[in-house]
Design a protein around this ligand. Sequence first.
Ligand code: FAD
Ligand code: HEM
Length: 404
Amino acid sequence: MLDQKTIDIIKSTVPVLEEHGEQITTVFYKRMFENHPELLNIFNHANQKQGRQQRALAGTVYAAAKYIDNLEMILPVVNQIAHKHRSLGILPEHYPIVGKYLLLGIKEVLGDAATDEIIHAWTEAYGVIADAFISVEAEMYDEAASQNGGWKGFRPFIVANRVEESEVITSFYLKPVDGKALASFKPGQYISIKLEIEGEEFTHIRQYSLSDAPGKDYYRISVKKEAGIETPDGKVSNYLHNSVEEGEVLQISAPAGDFFLDTERDTPVVLLSGGVGLTPMVSMLNTVAELNPEKEVTFIHAALNGKVHALKEEVAATAAKAKVNSVVFYDQPTEEDRQSNSFDVEGYITKKWLKENIDLDQADFYFCGPVPFMKAVNSSLKALGVTEDRIHFEFFGPMASLEA
Ligand SMILES: Cc1cc2nc3c(=O)[nH]c(=O)nc-3n(C[C@H](O)[C@H](O)[C@H](O)COP(=O)(O)OP(=O)(O)OC[C@H]3O[C@@H](n4cnc5c(N)ncnc54)[C@H](O)[C@@H]3O)c2cc1C
Ligand code: HEM
């Protein structure tokens, strides 16, 4: 436990650190990677270049510091991050490295203002925060490994099948090479893939939501080919699309994540997705259709047009079997889309449309998509009076703020 004086120092210095947050984390990562280049095998380089990961980590350390005498308050956030850490293979021995360079960053940016007393207090506080993560993650590692068909770290999977779902999205069906049992998962959860790409200095790890219901002898992921316009093409998604054929072996970590459908609740469910954000939603949809076909589900998907609309026939077939109302939005429908009547609404999902078409009083809402899509859905739902406990979402990248 920290003494009161340390707690007071931490709380009084949080605002200063927040003010210099970006500078501190930039120095922190630069120094850490200079001295521990092996960590570049774990961190996502594209997220680093865009500063997203730096903001997420620093923001959490300061948020934790504010509640340093009551860390229970931020347990949901710790849980969410710990899932990601577990999926990536972050271990207790990594924490002192991050701590050392975070402290160095604070010293370097604050200069003389960072007195010995302040540095000492932050060293202790970081230790407490790190311990909280380490103990939550230890439980998660145990749980992932001890379940039927579970494992620790990365396990080789063979690509049993690949299916083109649209011009930009392809599904990969993955089966464990050892032929043994396959851990179940909750619909909405993701796995991590660790890739060694020939000619690349570091390994690359990315998360992919499982896009089919649990209980099969495979995991399915559906991956969008990320073409950079003014930036480089996405590393892993392009490699998967261009170079990974049936028979290829991929290293996969056990399913993780705190975004999943609560199958116990009997309230109606509204699943909203934009673009490739439909993957966890299709898993949820397929699960409900198998377990509880009488449950009321609204599946709302927004895509640019029919060319990039993935898993369309699958969703339509599932909707026909269960009590599912499926609504398709195209922002820029093609002539062919119009002639074949292959969408329901032209344009974006709006607050007005939600108000007029959705029962907002009882349903649980789950959504995923590009950040602007998520911001729009989130603010519409809140403005329409949907309470936070009924709003659930997943980011396909480091967590960010959904507030406008
Ligand atoms: C929980 C979770 C679930 C996910 N589920 C799915 C899923 O089901 N399907 C799916 O397709 N994806 C999913 N993702 C996203 C996925 O993990 C990858 O982020 C995505 O495939 C892109 O990876 P990449 O290696 O191809 O691109 P990266 O190489 O990581 O690049 C990402 C973006 O950054 C840009 N970029 C690269 N370098 C730079 C630079 N120097 N400066 C500026 N910009 C740069 C690229 O142009 C690209 O647009 C999920 C992510 C998370 C966190
Ligand atoms: C108390 C210390 C730490 C805090 C507060 C923290 C916080 C975070 C946060 C907020 C995220 C983003 C989660 C998301 O995707 O939404 C994250 C991701 C990540 N963390 Fe940590 N973390 C800590 C320690 C560590 C350590 C010790 C390592 C390993 C050296 C590590 C490696 C990573 C990696 C690789 C990611 C994913 C990065 C990416 O995909 O860009 N973290 N962490």
